[in-house]
Design a protein around this ligand. Structure first.
Ligand code: SF4
Ligand code: SF4
Length: 190
């Protein structure tokens, strides 16, 4: 099984470099389920293996149940034709929960910060919030976590940065996540 462990373990946060410093911007999902209802998720081979295993189905049964018709099977490799509807996602529950969350596809883990099409115009609130925070922090460049070479703020800079961050009117969950992932001492921002 081909498994992109590095991609699977990547966090859904961004590093944002503005001027000489870098801060982390968290992605907070509003759990609205829009992406799971409106977008078709492509499954890589390792996604199929992981989800089938999670659901205790063999690959053939998984493909027939969720993807379509098997068109050929040679040397253990199955080819299939997609005939099943992919929207809304069959793994989305009535209460907007992902029923395969632990093994959700790489495309779902990457959405929307690491997809080159952004949120595909579906109006993801979490994506909007990240963009608002980037604007509030000032002109800068977003990076995947761990790839920017710029410095983290020193303690005396946090008050000013946090004030700018608040201009984006972040949700309480976003505020808590921002403080937590950047390890901002509470006494510096109250
Ligand atoms: S559209 Fe955005 S906020 Fe809504 S469930 Fe998807 S990722 Fe979360
Ligand atoms: S696998 Fe889960 S996260 Fe991905 S689209 Fe389906 S319900 Fe949403």
């Amino acid at each position: 099984m081909i498994l992109d462990e590095e991609a699977l373990s990547r966090s859904q946060n961004l590093e944002y470099s503005s001027g000489t410093i870098t801060v982390l911007i968290p992605f907070v999902c509003f759990r609205c389920g829009k992406c799971c209802r409106k977008l078709s998720v492509g499954l890589a081979p390792f996604d199929i293996h992981r989800i089938a295993e999670f659901l205790r189905l063999n690959i053939k049964d998984f493909i027939i149940k969720y993807l379509g018709e098997i068109t050929s099977e040679e040397d253990g490799e199955m080819r299939y034709k997609l005939t099943k509807p992919s929207k809304p996602c069959p793994f989305l529950s009535y209460s907007n929960m992902c029923t395969v969350y632990e093994v959700r596809p790489l495309a779902c883990r990457s959405f929307p910060l690491e997809t080159d099409f952004g949120d595909s115009g579906i109006g993801c609130q979490g994506y909007k919030q990240v963009k608002k925070v980037m604007n509030a922090l000032g002109q800068g460049v977003p990076y995947f976590v761990g790839t920017s070479s710029k410095n983290k703020p020193i303690q005396s800079q946090w008050k000013r940065i946090y004030k700018k961050f608040l201009r984006a009117e972040p949700s309480d969950e976003m505020k808590q996540a921002f403080i937590r992932i950047n390890n901002i001492p509470m006494e510096l921002i109250v």
